[in-house]
Write a protein that binds this ligand. Structure first.
Ligand code: AMP
Length: 189
């Protein structure tokens, strides 16, 4: 299996580049944001709880995400592999992911990190907000999400460097140029 984490701040292009990866390498996509938005749409208990956090730009508690992760993975896993998009976002989530994959005799092969500065992230997310209809693509929530990224998610950079998995990629320029950089990383695996 080729299991990849596509890592980066909100608005760094994880979703867009996931689409390219799926098409090129035949991988399955696990976006925890999409999973949660789907739960909200269906009006489930998990969705109701998650909505309160998402609207504020906060992270949903680790145990809620970790509890659903294994079943989402088991429903999506293919022989080729999986792209994790928007997960993990905290150290406990990364530890849980490692354990969950080890129990299935597999592992993360690379963490591809899209690097974009905050000013550009805010511009991109405000633009996306005009068309996405997402409740969290407004300036106040965007600022919270970036703060949460820097305080809770960015520590994963050191974690994955220590694991020898961290591959930074410049996340600016055209979508095709960025994907070309990602393909170069994958070619080294
Ligand atoms: P995303 O679509 O990845 O930008 O996620 C949107 C929102 O869903 C985030 O701001 C969080 O509130 C929540 N969320 C998504 N993935 C996670 C995760 N792995 N851990 C905690 N909260 C998450």
């Amino acid at each position: 299996m080729l299991n990849i984490i596509i890592f980066g701040a909100p608005g760094s292009g994880k979703g867009t580049q996931s689409e390219n990866l799926i098409e090129k390498y035949g991988l399955e996509h696990i976006s925890t944001g999409d999973v949660l938005r789907d739960e909200i749409k269906q009006g489930t208990e998990l969705g109701k709880t998650a909505a309160q956090y998402i609207e504020k730009g906060q992270l949903v508690p680790d145990e809620l995400i970790i509890n659903i992760l294994a079943s989402v993975f088991d429903s999506k896993k293919s022989a080729k592999g999986v792209i994790f998009d928007g997960f993990p976002r905290t150290i406990p989530q990364a530890q849980a992911l490692k354990m969950m994959l080890a129990e299935r005799d597999t592992q993360i092969d690379a963490v591809i990190a899209l690097e974009v500065d905050d000013k550009e992230l805010i511009e991109r997310l405000l633009n996306r907000g005009k068309v996405s209809g997402r409740s969290d693509d407004n300036l106040e929530t965007i600022q919270n999400r970036l703060q949460v990224y820097h305080s809770q998610t960015a520590p994963l950079i050191e974690y994955y460097k220590t694991e020898g998995l961290y591959s930074p990629v410049k996340g600016t320029g055209s979508i095709d140029d960025i994907f070309a950089r990602i393909k170069k990383v994958i070619a080294t695996l």
